[in-house]
Design a protein around this ligand. Structure first.
Ligand SMILES: [Zn+2]
Ligand SMILES: [Zn+2]
Length: 204
């Protein structure tokens, strides 16, 4: 496909990435279940909080980091390499996830940060955080590789399609529209959802 760009983004199989992260997260959580004293309710609450905090960070990164700068669609900008390339090639299913070694490295850094903040409770919070990332990858994969599903994922499908094809300054949440509601970046209601892939011109 000739679109004038030359940057070759690294390819990653989303399903391989998702399974790896789920297995690691479950392993760490089970370790915590058996090795660390505290109530099951507390452990599960930390797990759920980890998921929630991931969705917040996902929103913040997408809105304020990936879409920062003058033009995230310009190949010379670093924003293009981490995100713009996906906006230019939204249906390339191998460009939906960062390389697995990089994700493991970043998640390890987050593990260290959480450890400094909450000590052994990291064994419950971090798996939630990493499963949140896996869930994000799964939703993103379904949105870009399937027709609109007839289940609950349809809301997320429509939300993310609006971000790609109508408003690149709205609908930043992929795994949930929650933070778009809270921070006022929901797209207007009643907008028809485009089904065709179309690269829209940058408005920035
Ligand atoms: Zn985006
Ligand atoms: Zn996308």
């Amino acid at each position: 496909m000739s679109d004038g760009t030359t940057y070759k983004a690294p390819k990653t199989n989303s399903m391989a990435a998702i399974s790896t992260y789920v297995v690691i997260s479950i392993g760490v959580f089970i370790y915590g279940l058996f090795k660390i004293e505290s109530t099951l309710l507390f452990k599960v609450a930390l797990l759920i909080t980890g998921v929630l905090i991931f969705t917040l960070l996902e929103y913040i990164f997408h809105r304020f980091v990936y879409h920062s700068g003058d033009d995230y669609l310009a190949e010379e900008n670093w924003q293009y390499k981490v995100h713009g390339v996906h906006h230019v090639h939204p249906t390339d299913k191998d460009l939906l996830a960062m390389p697995i070694p990089l994700a493991i490295l970043l998640s390890s850094i987050f593990f260290g940060i959480f450890w400094l903040l909450m000590g052994v409770n990291t064994f419950f919070f971090w798996p939630g955080f990493f499963i949140g990332y896996a869930a994000y990858l799964y939703v993103h994969y379904i949105v870009h590789t399937h027709k609109p599903p007839s289940n609950a994922l349809k809301i997320l499908w429509s939300h993310h399609h609006l971000h790609h094809y109508v408003y690149d300054d709205k609908a930043y949440g992929v795994s949930s529209p929650l933070w778009d509601v809270i921070f006022g970046t929901m797209p207007p209601k009643g907008q028809p959802i485009p089904r065709q892939k179309r690269r829209k011109a940058s408005k920035q």
